[in-house]
Write a protein that binds this ligand. Structure first.
Ligand SMILES: [Zn+2]
Length: 369
């Protein structure tokens, strides 16, 4: 279990030092515009931009600038008297990028190979924060368009999501859940959960497990919780040394509060029963026309008696086992029976897998949670 990456941690610390507001100010390379009429300081970076672009799109800047005469925000065109914001520099740059964008920039965002996903995700966060309604909608649509199946997304997009800081992903998920709550459309939050799980499988790491589980719980994402616990369970499996002079094994230090630790072990207990029942009581017959059914049953029986032992492995992963079975059955059938269609068996295995995915959380959590 790898919960901390020291290299990345030190990068965050360096980053926050740079943000220190006491450091001498530096003008941003791209967004300090000589004829701008409003200076904004974030950390030690100064931006000079045009007010009229910031107040469009019913943004919160409109309120900020409509304060009465003589208030501090009136004179804000000088480096000495900037508006100080506490966003990240990347986020504010993403906002500047889009308010000054020319048409081709927008067009390119709809192209999977040209989209600038790091900017788009930062834009989504900052546009939400300052109520740039159409920019927020735009960023949301772009993320949905390119990430609806993260496994098929472009390499740049996958890299962005596997390498970004966990708190970036967390902010995205929080806002997606917040804006989608109460609506029928939960597409962005589902996509972000898929991305999160993809990232864990891809990097074989579960960063900050306790914090992530609490996040999923506070957002009421039961299905997501099930997937997180399942991954956690997989991580604990097969690497533990036994205790010297005992038949018992050392437990993986999950570094979780008791409640979450119990959920992991209860889930394991429940999944073990599920799997053992599956292996001990496989279906005897399939839903096929009677004439064909006999042949289908024979294929399945042949396959199962030969291979069931394969699925009593040290690494316990029923979801993966069901996938492997499906592939094996197809191969087995090709070798033994050639042309016979065994769609019913394949459908059965696929259904089992989907059923398990859909009810994963029930293994780890009480029904009412
Ligand atoms: Zn059949």
């Amino acid at each position: 279990m790898d919960t901390e990456n020291p290299r990345k941690r030190s990068r965050i610390e360096v980053h926050s030092e740079i943000r220190g507001e006491s450091a001498p100010a530096i003008r941003d390379k791209n967004y300090y515009l000589a004829d701008g009429d409003c200076v904004i300081r974030i950390g030690n970076i100064l931006f000079k931009v045009h007010r009229f672009l910031l107040v469009r799109d019913s943004s919160a800047f409109a309120d900020m600038f409509s304060m009465p005469e003589g208030s501090a925000t009136q004179n804000m065109a000088t480096d000495e008297d900037p508006i100080v914001l506490h966003d990240t520099i990347d986020e504010f740059r993403a906002l500047c990028w889009i308010i000054y964008a020319l048409p081709m920039v927008y067009v390119n965002q709809m192209d999977a190979l040209k989209v600038e996903i790091a900017k788009i995700t930062c834009l989504y966060l900052i546009a939400h924060k300052y109520h740039f309604e159409s920019h927020e909608q735009f960023a949301r649509k772009v993320i949905i368009a390119h990430c609806s199946d993260i496994k098929d997304a472009s390499p740049d997009i996958r890299t962005h999501f596997t390498e970004c800081f966990p708190n970036h992903l967390e902010s995205l998920l929080r806002i997606a859940c917040l804006t989608e709550s109460g609506s029928n459309d939960s597409s962005l939050s589902s996509i972000l959960q898929d991305i999160w799980v993809f990232r864990m499988y891809d990097t074989k790491r579960f960063q900050n497990p306790s914090q992530t589980l609490s996040l999923a719980q506070s957002l009421g994402l039961r299905r997501f919780l099930g997937r997180l616990y399942y991954f956690l369970l997989r991580c604990t499996w097969g690497h533990n040394p036994s205790i010297e002079g005992s038949t018992a094994y050392l437990r993986t230090d999950l570094n979780l509060p008791l409640e979450q630790r119990i959920a992991v072990y209860e889930g394991y207990w429940s999944l073990q029963q599920y799997w053992s029942n599956f292996l001990n009581a496989p279906p005897k017959t399939f839903q096929c026309p009677v004439l064909r059914r006999h042949a289908c049953d024979r294929v399945w029986k042949g396959y199962f008696s030969m291979h069931r032992g394969d699925f009593n492995q040290r690494i316990f992963d029923p979801l993966a086992f069901l996938g492997q079975m499906e592939t094996q059955v197809i191969k087995f059938n090709e070798r033994q029976y050639g042309v016979l269609s065994i769609d019913c068996v394949i459908t059965y295995l696929r259904q089992k897998r989907k059923e398990l995915e859909d009810t994963l959380a029930d293994h780890f959590l009480p029904q009412n949670l």
